[in-house]
Design a protein around this ligand. Structure first.
Ligand SMILES: *Cc1c(COP(=O)(O)O)cnc(C)c1O
Length: 462
């Protein structure tokens, strides 16, 4: 199994190389050269297995023997032992044939833990084998930073530096990062906004000379291993509801498209999926593209579902590569045009997408209405991201006999602002986190200057 770029120019890589690399040198994203198959028998044999065992079986072909089976099994078991629910990602029946897949039982209460608990351990494994160390740098406005920190805190060969805008993330989100007091974890509060922090991370990746040869690794959702880890819960939940004998549909609250692309991979591997419903908030590029063939950037809107606030969906490129029948030159041409001006997909690729994907966009007022309505009907308090999914699933579900699985991407306690605005007193943090507001914090405040940040990294990395 080799990995190739969606723009067709960069060299093919092994699994180990692709995990350490991030973006391809031609500006594209890496995808597997062939899609491995899960036969009906493979799927049937997964009924009743633990999440870790299903994860091992689904991911093994992508790892391609580059980690031996016993070691990889150990990595997978350790990663998912950090989840507070024995099922790791339990299904919760909401109403007739509509299920919530609760992806928020990991250390930071959002679905990014599923991928980052695994990615940190895989990176550390490869670095140890090579006798190398690496530095991770990332900028966060909240969610991803804490999940990356939790995923790397036990990694001997990794030092992680996460930049957040000083005084501009919520207290819960800041504390989820700054109360991790591990020797390899460095939180930097930048005296600036999120864009300043992100610009400094981008500049550091573009010119890594300040690190004198130490590898800089990206753990954002363009890293293939994150997609790979997310394929698993589509398979596990469909099998729990009767696959391969029964088809299911999924509704996915979406932003960078990493999550729903993983579902599409599960489908391509052989999972019987009737449709994928893409839910967006008011930042609706995915919905505009699918529904109106309007593939254009619009200004960023701050919404009640902040982890879905994006202008461009980076992983959508991976789906475009499939829709354009793996024509890297056509994808490169389309994306270059898209960067410059509003554009549209060609007819044939668009109709291919519409065969399997539906979409719906949900604004802030509707998010609040859905949180109230879902509580009235099901007694569940949904987080605002999951609320977009709940509404989109109801609007676009198609055949009511096909079970609909809506992905619950965050715990409602993490996004209390929306829950309170919807008229509820709030949601308590789960027991293992209820002392979060008393824990000791550690972070450094730095000016929004590239040289200051890079000097901090160089002085503190181990
Ligand atoms: C990251 C995130 C999303 C969006 O996921 P993508 O893979 O970027 O589409 C949705 N909800 C929550 C809570 C998130 O943290």
């Amino acid at each position: 199994m080799r990995y190739i770029s969606t723009r067709g120019q960069a060299p093919a890589l092994s699994f180990e190389e692709v995990v350490l690399t991030g973006m391809a040198s031609d500006g594209g994203l890496y995808v597997p050269e062939e899609v491995p198959t899960l036969t009906r028998d493979d799927l049937a044999a997964m009924a009743g297995l633990s999440y870790a065992e299903i994860a091992f079986r689904v991911m093994k072909p992508f790892v391609n023997g580059e980690i031996d089976d016993e070691t990889f099994r150990g990595i997978v078991e350790e990663a998912y032992a950090t989840f507070s629910h024995d099922a790791v990602v339990p299904l919760n029946q909401l109403d007739a044939n509509h299920f919530l897949l609760e992806l928020f039982h990991g250390p930071t209460l959002a679905f990014k833990d599923v991928a980052l608990q695994l990615l940190g351990r895989i990176l550390d494994h490869f670095l140890k084998k090579r006798g190398e160390r690496a530095v991770i740098m990332g900028a966060t406005s909240g969610d991803t930073g804490s999940a990356a920190i939790e995923g790397c805190r036990h990694c001997d060969n990794l030092d992680i530096f996460i930049l957040h805008p000083h005084n501009r993330v919520s207290e819960v989100q800041r504390r989820q990062m700054t109360t991790v007091l591990a020797d390899n974890v460095f939180n930097v509060a930048i005296e600036g906004n999120f864009d300043d922090a992100q610009a400094m991370v981008k500049a550091s990746f573009a010119d890594q000379s300040f690190l004198n040869g130490t590898r800089l690794v990206a753990v954002n959702s363009i890293n293939w291993a994150r997609i790979m880890a997310q394929i698993v819960y589509y398979v596990a939940s469909a099998v729990a509801l009767g696959a391969p004998q029964r088809e299911v549909s999924f509704c996915v609250p979406s932003a960078n498209f990493g999550n729903v692309f993983a579902g599409y991979m599960a489908y391509r591997m052989g999972l019987p999926v009737e449709r994928f419903v893409i839910a967006t908030n008011a930042n609706d590029i995915l919905h505009r593209t699918l529904a109106a063939n309007d593939f254009s950037k619009q200004e960023l809107k701050a919404t009640l579902a902040p982890s879905m606030d994006i202008v461009v969906s980076s992983n959508f490129e991976r789906l475009l590569f499939e829709a354009y029948e793996r024509d890297g030159a056509a994808v490169a041409e389309l994306l270059e045009r898209f960067q410059a001006e509003p554009t549209a997909l060609a007819d044939a690729p668009l109709s291919r997408l519409r065969e399997r994907f539906a979409s719906h966009s949900v604004d802030d007022a509707t998010i609040l209405e859905v949180i109230r309505e879902a509580h009235h009907r099901t007694q569940e308090i949904l987080d605002p991201h999951t609320a977009t999914g709940y509404r989109a699933a109801e609007r676009e579900r198609g055949d009511a006999a096909v079970p609909m699985i809506t992905l619950a991407t965050a715990h409602p306690a993490k996004f209390a602002e929306a829950v309170v605005k919807a008229g509820f007193p709030g949601v308590p943090l789960p027991p293992h986190m209820d002392d979060l507001l008393e824990r000791e914090e550690r972070y450094s405040v730095l000016p929004a200057e590239l040289s200051a940040v890079q000097q901090f990294v160089v002085e503190n990395r181990r």
